[in-house]
Design a protein around this ligand. Structure first.
Ligand code: NAD
Length: 543
């Protein structure tokens, strides 16, 4: 068991650089933002370590300046996907049998590269391509991804192999061999987190699997840099194959392979449900039952008890709802406030929301920027128009949309008289926070609303200064969120501290950034060795 030879110390979370004016990290990223802005790379598919230029060329544009092309990329054809599957199967032979510390060494080197020379590459491409402010890019593309690499290494090297059965009850040795799956894993990534996109491949790969990585069309640039960094870290050809392109066509080609062994997906609920059905329909074709892991949508809440402190509540609402333009799966999008504190909450929330600077992420004074693309812009614009027309909805801050230069939706607060109104119930995935003000005497009924207003159960937060009441609320909302926060915003889960994922329609709750997730990518083999095997087949009762 090579696994047990080398056990690194439990890692610390990567410190977040603050990019304050005059800091060296600020000068460095500004330089890289400028050079990246003036460069338009041509991004190929990568199959078996080789670049494939298919000639099916698409563009990735900058959301906050949509006339600017940031990259041109080549879409994979079904034939390219088939060769990627072959490459993954070929690479599996050596990779699946490499000792854990060899696979972990690649991830550790990737972490070290990202701490150093690749930090600017991933942060700048995430800022320009996905319109994240420098802080949002830093906590995602740099810190969270470094943490994924290093904590997953800790689980894979030190924690999982230690989980062993009883050793020698009667002259036997037993052990569990944590084998990878027999086949490849298909990783389908969302646009919103560079770290999640890379981890969707890297978690199964760390456990000895090979993978196909289908990035989102709106985050190809950062995902490609992440792939190149893994190559620089010593990832062998074919272990991860990078196949951007038409999701329906690519998926059909991937799922037709008998060696498809697992889906690692993050994205919307609707697509995940479709994928599950597609896999189910082809079950007889597969060598094994494919593992299906999906983290999907959310309609995340903040619930305030009458004892809540107003200033932290408002800060959590502003950060939780509007950071990264509300495009985090964990973003607060519905809030329940008791009548008794609403006047103070409303004043502070409206003032804070209206004061948020919005614009180009290269201007570091901005707090928010544009939403990801035209589709998102139109969806959000429609929701705002709908609220304007609904007599039971009152837009108390924001509500402006401007697509003249970028896809800008101003941070918006809607006060809803009906707790079941469209924006209270639907995942809008943008900078829109809907608020329902409840009668203090009706708190219990309001908690029912929190629990059953949406099919999702991803994140939620309660603000309460009464610890006994907090506990009762936490119990009452036990199944309403996979990540539950007390007196904190519902976003910003940290690897190793708050393993992330939700249940109900929000996903399979396999907790990215924990050993639980890695265990989905192994097919354990139990081995019993008998030192004194019996030499006669008769039993005493036969005598
Ligand atoms: P999306 O569903 O539009 O796309 C996700 C991925 O699925 C993309 O790579 C896309 O190309 C692919 N896809 C689209 N149609 C497909 C099809 N028919 N077959 C196969 N693949 C297909 O989601 P998005 O806009 O990139 O991300 C936003 C969604 O992701 C939100 O619903 C959000 O809540 C969710 N999300 C969840 C988590 C979580 O941890 N729970 C994290 C991030 C994002």
């Amino acid at each position: 068991m090579g696994n047990q030879i080398f056990c690194p110390a439990v890692p610390d979370n990567e410190p977040i650089l603050d990019y304050a004016p005059g800091s060296s990290e600020r000068a460095s990223i500004e330089g890289r933002l400028e050079s990246m802005w003036n460069d338009v790379p041509e991004i190929p598919c990568i199959v078996g370590g080789k670049e494939v230029f298919t000639g099916i060329i698409r563009e990735q544009r900058c959301p906050h300046d949509h006339s600017r092309v940031l990259a041109r990329w080549h879409g994979a054809t079904p034939e390219v996907v088939k060769s990627a599957v072959d490459a993954a199967n070929e690479a599996w032979v050596d990779w699946s049998s490499a000792p854990q510390q060899v696979r972990s060494a690649v991830m550790e080197r990737a972490a070290q590269l990202l701490r150093g020379p690749w930090r600017d590459e991933l942060n700048a491409s995430t800022m320009l391509g996905q319109s994240k402010t420098v802080y949002q890019a830093e906590i995602d593309a740099a810190c969270e991804l470094i943490d994924f690499f290093r904590f997953n290494n800790h689980f894979a090297l030190d924690q999982i192999p230690r989980e062993q059965p009883l050793k020698n009850p009667q002259g036997t040795w037993n052990h569990v061999d944590y084998r990878p799956l027999e086949g490849f894993v298909y990783a389908i990534a969302p646009f919103n987190f560079t770290s999640i996109a890379a981890n969707l491949c890297c978690a199964p790969v760390l456990m000895g699997n090979t993978a196909l990585w289908k990035p989102s069309k709106t985050s190809i640039l950062s995902n490609w840099y992440a792939y190149k960094m893994l190559e620089a870290a010593g990832l062998p050809p074919g272990v991860i194959n990078f196949v951007p392109g038409d999701p329906v066509e690519i998926t059909a080609a991937v799922l037709s392979s008998p060696s498809f062994a697992g889906l690692h997906y993050t994205g919307s609920t609707e697509i995940f449900r479709q994928l599950w059905k597609q896999i189910g329909d082809q079950l007889e074709n597969y060598r094994s039952y494919p593992r299906i892991v999906g983290e999907t949508g959310g309609k995340d809440f903040i619930f305030a008890h009458p004892s809540a402190d107003v200033a932290p509540l408002v800060t959590a609402a502003v950060r939780g709802a509007f950071e990264y333009q509300g495009q985090k799966c964990s973003a607060a999008s519905r809030m329940y406030i008791p009548e008794s504190i609403w006047p103070q909450v409303k004043d502070q929330l409206v003032e804070a929301t209206r004061s948020l600077p919005m614009g180009d992420v290269r201007d570091f004074r901005n707090f928010v920027s544009a939403v990801i693309d035209e589709g998102a812009y139109k969806r959000l614009q429609q929701a705002i128009e709908g609220a304007k027309e609904d007599p039971q909805c009152h837009i108390i801050a924001g509500g402006e949309c401007d697509d003249s230069q970028g896809w800008y939706i101003s941070p918006t607060v809607i006060e809803c008289e009906d707790p079941r109104s469209y924006s209270m119930e639907t995942e809008l995935f943008g900078p829109i926070l809907s608020v329902f003000v409840y009668d203090d005497a009706e708190m219990d009924r309001c908690l029912d609303l929190v629990d059953n207003t949406s099919p999702y159960a991803l994140t939620g937060a309660v603000f309460c200064s009464d610890r006994v009441a907090t506990d009762a609320i936490s119990e009452r909302l036990r199944y309403s969120a996979g990540n539950f926060y007390i007196n904190d915003k519902p976003t910003g889960a940290v690897v190793g501290q708050q393993p992330f994922g939700g249940a109900r329609a929000s996903g399979t709750d396999d907790k990215a950034g924990s050993a639980l997730n890695l265990l989905r990518w192994v097919a354990p083999r139990t081995v019993k060795e008998n030192f004194m095997p019996p030499t006669a087949h008769e039993y005493p009762h036969m005598g």
